[in-house]
Design a protein around this ligand. Structure first.
Ligand SMILES: *Cc1c(COP(=O)(O)O)cnc(C)c1O
Length: 399
């Protein structure tokens, strides 16, 4: 049989990360002791009280059946309480909160609710690859908003032409940002709301890293800004905050109309989140925050170790105020992919090339702080001894 795959699959970007995986696999087979700073997945375990709650809930046969499409009322109430405590924004658990099978699920599905063939979706570049993939799978056209260092890695909305803005139906944003680690002010969010109102664009703000912040910085929610709840939604994830990436639970909050349409898509594609995991999610959101604070402290220590010692070597890493990544300009005359492959070949260190997140990610690599501090020290030591010839010229990147 001759398989003819759908042309939309050809429009998905080539999976660059597969190539890095292949290089990593090969090095491992050669016996190289790999330090993997490539993956954005917490190495710390899920807090014990959350696991305990899963264990108890898993034993109850009432939780073994299909869950409701819009999640347990108790979970939505726990989300409302968490959101109000954290951002001083009140949400109606009945209509302004929608639990998701991980936030990636909601991000990937939202274009199906709003995009017709050829409609434009405004997508940050560099950005989390799912914004683009979800757009392409829905038949939409991504229009890339460059995130440039001279603009603090915020999109320049005034650079989007009227023609494009009028054709756009949806905009993705993500602060604190993966991969650039940039943060956004409420003033920027106000500008986004005005833009959305003017051009009738649904805003989808991804707040996956809202709780991973340092040095007293508190990330604002998009919904804190007046008018935001009418123009868009915000995605949140339990993955990064509570070390629960494998559990698959997140949520969207905001415009009831937007959420109702996302729910219509979801009722036709998934059948809710395993209820025992929903109970564990309630425990995460309402229980002690000690473990989250501890994890953030661990990331901060790792950040300081990496950033300070790389600066001593003459590198120019950007010190992040949030997220567990460090965004590092590559040395002069080298592409991000070349630099990633040099780091792997010479020092056995896996990192992610900025170009993997979009063409405007070129010139940077992303390093994840998801290995113990000792390994980070070891990585820097290898760089110092095995790559002494890395040269940077003066740069104008703020750090
Ligand atoms: C990790 C991540 C997500 C996905 O989180 P899940 O809830 O595990 O699906 C979403 N957005 C960004 C920017 C991420 O880095």
């Amino acid at each position: 049989m001759k398989l003819e795959k759908a042309s939309r699959l050809n429009n998905l970007p080539p999976y660059l990360f597969a190539k890095i995986d292949e290089m990593k696999q090969k090095a491992m087979e050669e016996g190289v002791d790999i330090i993997d700073l490539g993956i954005g997945d917490p190495d710390l375990p899920t807090p014990g009280h959350i696991i305990q709650r899963l264990y108890e809930a898993a034993k109850d046969p009432a939780n073994h059946r299909y869950a409701s499409y819009n999640g347990l009322r108790e979970l939505r109430e726990a989300i409302a309480k968490w959101y109000e405590r954290r951002f001083q924004v009140k949400l109606d658990p009945e209509s302004e909160i929608l639990p998701l099978v991980g936030s990636k699920e909601g991000i990937g599905h939202i274009p199906l609710a709003f995009i017709n063939e050829g409609d434009i979706v405004l997508v940050p570049d560099p950005g989390y690859p799912v914004y683009r993939a979800g757009t392409v799978l829905s038949g939409g056209e991504p229009y890339f908003m460059p995130l440039l260092s001279q603009n603090g890695f915020l999109p320049d909305l005034s650079a989007i032409s009227e023609e494009i803005a009028r054709k756009a139906k949806l905009m993705f944003l993500n602060y604190p940002n993966n991969p650039t680690t940039a943060t956004a002010s409420e003033e920027f969010f106000r500008e986004v709301v005005r833009f959305a109102q003017k051009f009738n664009i649904v805003i989808c703000h991804d707040g996956a890293y809202s709780e991973v912040t340092f040095d007293g910085y508190r990330a604002p929610s998009f919904l804190e800004v007046e008018g935001a709840k009418e123009v868009g939604i915000e995605f949140h994830s339990l993955s990064k905050t509570y070390n629960m990436t494998g559990w698959r639970i997140g949520f969207a909050v905001g415009s009831r109309e937007v959420l109702a349409n996302l729910l219509r898509v979801k009722t036709n594609l998934d059948s809710g989140i395993f209820q025992a995991i929903q109970y564990a999610g309630i425990e995460a959101l309402t229980g002690s925050e000690d473990e989250t604070l501890k994890a953030v402290r661990v990331y901060r220590e790792r950040r300081d170790t990496l950033v300070e010692s790389l600066k001593e070597l003459g590198w120019q890493p950007i010190t992040p105020k949030a997220t567990f990544y460090v965004w590092i300009p590559v040395p002069n005359g080298c592409t991000s992919m070349e630099f990633v492959s040099t780091l792997l070949r010479k020092a056995g260190i896996v990192t992610t090339p900025g170009v993997g997140f979009g063409e405007y990610g070129e010139g940077f690599i992303r390093v994840a702080l998801t290995v113990p501090r000792e390994r980070i020290k070891e990585a820097v030591e290898r760089i110092r001894t095995k790559m002494p010839d890395i040269k940077y010229q003066k740069s104008n990147i703020k750090n």
